[in-house]
Design a protein around this ligand. Structure first.
Ligand code: HEM
Length: 397
């Protein structure tokens, strides 16, 4: 019954997933059901979610079925991404780039990221009303990842359409049309990056593409894997970060006391962003498949069963977090699962954290006040991600 209601009320769930999570959590922390036509185990408990993500018997898997040639290019590229690989290929692909994303490697971008934030803020501060997503978060996160990967600034506008299309094609709300669209987008991206790779082969720069090309020469990375890694980093590297910045500002606009606390005490920025990650997690769901029969918390999961870890729910599990539905920027400890856990733990977490801290601090410390431009926020039609379409605000500087 709950399944049918979910289909009927999809829009309501997208607007506010938390009462839906609470409802299924009250039935079971590991709920067996079928939402959005995808049968499997829906995990809402923190302990259970953590256990699934750390257990190698729950493997990552390709999001699309093997049925038609209409989206072959999309499927092939996903097949070469570390995100959808298990060891040993996963370990090899991740090791090739992981050193570039450690907190120490990321720290060297701090002055560059701070400059982007302040330049962008200066260009929008006098406008009557801005859309935080398209006027600030998106150009900010795109410029950062474009610099790291080695994409010219003039091409960064392409990222938005690419990300909107590819994210829609992996979400549970996807339609056949969005998958075919995703295939078209992949073809465009491949043509763009093949051209860039050719240029970097002729004249290497101090960027991630040139670095990966060295590893390709050493035979550690195939041409397809090189392309898939770049596509994954461009999409993962800006989409969820845009959402983290938008969601963080939303948390502050709807929790004014916490905003005041941050304004009066800027050193709270790190725990504040951790709380935004927990409270409005940009990634809401991670999918796994059982590679064998598994018993977990007294339930029997059969080989081949799909497991949907609802991290947005786990991050509000009252068994793990006191006053889980309260936004509290001084929460300590805050062991949220917003970046996942286990071997697929987000590679870009240090970068995402630094970007969000700088973006929110820039807005908070350079304005006297930020006002919500409209009463309601529009959320994108996704269940695996918490992402705003737009959010209008105005500043008093
Ligand atoms: C707020 C921003 C971000 C959030 C919430 C986020 C969230 C996540 C999550 C939950 C996973 C695990 C997926 C799984 O286990 O199936 C993941 C993996 C990943 N993320 Fe992020 N991410 C963010 C930003 C970034 C950035 C900035 C980058 C890169 C520059 C990045 C690159 C990756 C990659 C490559 C993986 C796959 C890692 C692997 O399979 O080993 N992410 N991310």
């Amino acid at each position: 019954m709950i399944n049918q209601r979910v289909e009927r009320c999809a829009r309501e769930i997208i607007e506010n997933p938390y009462s839906f999570y609470e409802e299924i959590r009250s039935i079971d922390f590991m709920y067996k059901g079928s939402f959005f036509k995808y049968p499997g185990w829906y995990v809402t408990g923190y302990e259970e979610a953590s256990a699934v993500l750390k257990d190698h018997r729950f493997q990552t898997r390709m999001p699309l079925p093997d049925t038609t040639k209409k989206y072959e290019t999309l499927k092939n590229i996903q097949n070469d991404m570390m995100l959808f690989k298990n060891p040993p290929d996963h370990t090899r692909l991740r090791m090739l780039v992981s050193h570039q994303f450690t907190p120490a490697s990321i720290e060297k971008y701090r002055p560059f990221i701070e400059k982007i934030a302040i330049d962008l803020f200066n260009s929008i501060k006098s406008k009557k009303k801005i859309d935080v997503i398209s006027d600030f978060a998106f150009p900010f996160a795109s410029l950062v990842i474009a610099k790291i990967i080695g994409i010219p600034d003039k091409d960064k506008h392409l990222f938005r359409e690419w990300a909107l299309s590819l994210i829609q094609s992996i979400d549970l709300t996807r339609s056949r049309r969005s998958i075919v669209e995703g295939n078209k987008t992949t073809l465009e991206m491949l043509s763009f990056f093949k051209d860039m790779i050719k240029k970097r082969k002729q004249s290497p720069q101090d960027d991630l593409i040139s670095e990966l090309l060295k590893q390709q020469k050493d035979g550690e990375l195939s041409e397809e894997e090189l392309l898939a890694t770049i596509v994954l980093l461009v999409i993962a590297g800006h989409e969820t970060t845009v959402n983290l910045i938008g969601n963080s500002l939303y948390c502050f606009l709807t929790n004014r006391d916490e905003y005041k606390k941050l304004k009066e005490n800027p050193s709270l920025i790190k725990p504040a962003i951790e709380e935004c990650l927990r409270y409005e997690s940009p990634t809401q769901m991670i999918a796994r498949e059982a590679s064998e029969d598994i018993e977990l918390n007294n339930v029997r999961i059969k080989k081949g069963d799909q497991v949907y870890v609802l991290i947005g729910a786990a991050n509000r599990d009252p068994k793990q977090f006191q006053n889980a539905d309260v936004f509290d920027i001084t929460r300590n400890p805050n062991p949220h699962l917003a970046f996942g856990s286990g071997i697929h733990f987000c590679l870009g977490s240090a970068l995402a954290r630094l970007e969000a801290q700088i973006a929110i601090q820039t807005l908070c410390q350079n304005t006297a006040c930020i006002h919500a431009g409209t009463a309601e926020v529009k959320w994108r039609e996704l269940v695996g991600f918490r992402a705003m379409k737009e959010m209008y605000v105005s500043f008093e500087v």
